[in-house]
Design a protein around this ligand. Structure first.
Ligand SMILES: C[S@@+](CC[C@H](N)C(=O)[O-])C[C@H]1O[C@@H](n2cnc3c(N)ncnc32)[C@H](O)[C@@H]1O
Length: 226
């Protein structure tokens, strides 16, 4: 049975998401309809956000942003280009570059977002990168170049499209590149997302996890393939 408290701690508007997923499963929404409904859910909150963190869908401050997102840097072991798929207002592009520099690594960030309004926000906040922030659905997009690192969430496509989505994003990589999944929140003792990617034929080459800030049963997780 679903525990509403646990689900709420995952920082998702889970009831609304579940309703959209159910409509998709019943065939009332096609894939485009699913994406439109998801976009309609996040767009007003991100565009009207009062803080940079909220404009990237994060409920905390700069400190908790770093705590939850810095594990993504564990996937980075050499200089290179870094595409944030679902770049929102560009905050991860900025912070991953800064954190990499602190570790003596140089990342060139790029971004893509499905929402024109949210991508516009990112270009406004990061004018120096305006020409490398694209508006597109990553599930169907063909990028104009390849990247050493591509980061994404699997929740950006319907459940039954996730395997094809991973296959598609792997084509964005430079030879030797890494596809980074996360961060996402999952019960500490479960491994559903990584197991599904591995079952689709993509061995996990690295992982990073941190305990959830407020919920003892959850962890922030990142893993990467490539
Ligand atoms: C939670 S934010 C991610 C913020 C940040 N990049 C991070 O690491 O936490 C999710 C963003 O992904 C975008 N997004 C969702 N599905 C997408 C898709 N299929 N293609 C591109 N962007 C997508 C949303 O519009 C939203 O701005």
């Amino acid at each position: 049975m679903t525990d509403p408290d646990l689900e709420a701690a995952k920082e998702r508007a889970w009831q609304e998401v579940a309703a959209v997923d159910a409509a998709y499963r019943r065939g009332e929404l096609d894939e485009q309809g699913w994406h439109d409904a998801m976009r309609a859910m996040v767009e007003p909150a991100y565009v009207g956000a009062a803080t940079p963190e909220a404009g990237s869908g994060h409920g905390g401050d700069a400190e908790t942003w770093a705590y939850t997102h810095r594990p993504i840097l564990d996937a980075v072991d050499h200089d290179g280009s870094f595409l944030d798929v679902g770049c929102a207002n560009g905050l991860l592009m900025q912070t991953i570059r800064d954190w990499a520099l602190e570790s003596g690594l140089v990342l060139e960030p790029y971004g893509v977002d499905i929402s024109p309004a949210i991508a516009h926000l990112a270009r406004d906040r990061c004018p120096q990168w305006a020409d490398r922030i694209w508006t597109a659905n990553a599930a169907t997009w063909v990028p104009p170049r390849r990247f050493d690192y591509v980061r994404t969430g699997l929740e950006y496509v319907p459940d039954d499209r996730r395997a094809a989505y991973v296959d598609h994003l792997l084509t964005f990589l430079e030879p030797g590149g890494r596809l980074i999944i996360g961060k996402y929140n999952e019960e500490t003792d479960l491994d559903t997302w990584a197991a599904s990617v591995e079952a689709a034929g993509h061995p996990i080459v690295g992982r990073s996890t941190r305990p959830h800030r407020t919920h003892s049963l959850l962890a922030y997780k990142v893993f990467w393939v490539g």
